[in-house]
Design a protein around this ligand. Structure first.
Ligand code: SAM
Length: 246
């Protein structure tokens, strides 16, 4: 957004020059100029290469959308929904995308059989809450938690837990917050489906805090600093689940 704002005065200057040389200028010329300048600035500031395509196409997309004459409340509503869903993604580099029931079953299979001490399980970045609710239904002996930074998915998962049967409701807990502020020593299983950008920090925290006998499981993303103790696949040819035992 800052790059688009930064490109705007340059675009205005170029359009002004073109117009003063009697070059025919229309909105398409403005959008193409703005897109090219924004893409060049993305390259200059070292953003990932796919940003160049986004910056180039953004002004053209704005132009095309304006031609649809959509009501303005629609833009505000969509913006608020996306804000609630993605919230701090610009900082964490971990957007929302869900895991699936096959993964949940594979994680469940790694837990010790019921009958021993009562387990405490957590999904850090619990999204819409599907995994935590699945755990709470499958393991009535366990306390299952999810922590989520983005308010909209957290609200959705909290409501799902409220509307679940009494047993599940009492064992599944969702909190709004940052997992970095949690004490991992309280859990027997920490499940993470994050992103490559989060893994180094996650390992530092897990190594410092997790208790002997506990387990860290990461779906899809490995930790470069430490090879997993086990790697399993929920489905044949599916993405890996990495397991570290403490
Ligand atoms: C890839 S999604 C995984 C969702 C869910 N665990 C699943 O398996 O379906 C990652 C989630 O982590 C959340 N998240 C990212 N950083 C976080 C943080 N520091 N604390 C809590 N949640 C975080 C994101 O908002 C996003 O909803």
């Amino acid at each position: 957004m800052l790059i688009q704002c930064g490109a705007a005065p340059l675009t205005l200057a170029i359009i002004y020059m073109l117009a003063s040389f009697r070059f025919p200028v229309d909105y398409l010329t403005v959008a193409v100029t703005q897109g090219l300048l924004a893409a060049a600035l993305s390259w200059k500031f070292g953003l990932a290469s796919w940003w160049r395509a986004i910056q180039l196409l953004f002004p053209l997309a704005v132009l095309a959308t304006l031609a649809l004459h959509l009501p303005s409340w629609l833009f505000l509503s969509l913006f608020l929904i996306l804000l609630g869903l993605y919230w701090s993604t610009f900082r964490t580099q971990v957007p929302y995308y869900p895991s699936n029931p096959a993964v949940w079953r594979a994680v469940l299979a790694q837990l010790p059989a019921p009958g021993g001490q009562s387990l405490r399980l957590i999904d850090i970045g619990s999204g819409l809450g599907g995994f935590v609710l699945h755990l709470a239904r499958a393991r009535p002996d366990a306390a299952c938690e999810g922590i989520e930074l983005a308010p909209l998915p957290w609200l959705y998962s909290w409501l799902r837990a409220r509307l679940a049967g009494a047993g599940t409701r009492n064992r599944a807990r969702f909190r709004l917050g940052d997992y970095e502020k949690l004490d991992f020593a309280r859990y027997d299983l920490v499940f993470a489906y994050l992103s490559p950008a989060a893994m180094a920090g996650l390992w530092r925290k897990a190594a410092a805090e997790m208790r002997p006998g506990s387990m860290l499981i990461s779906y899809e993303f490995a930790i470069h600093a430490r090879a997993p103790d086990r790697t399993i696949h929920a489905t044949q040819g599916g993405l890996p689940l990495y397991i570290w035992y403490f």
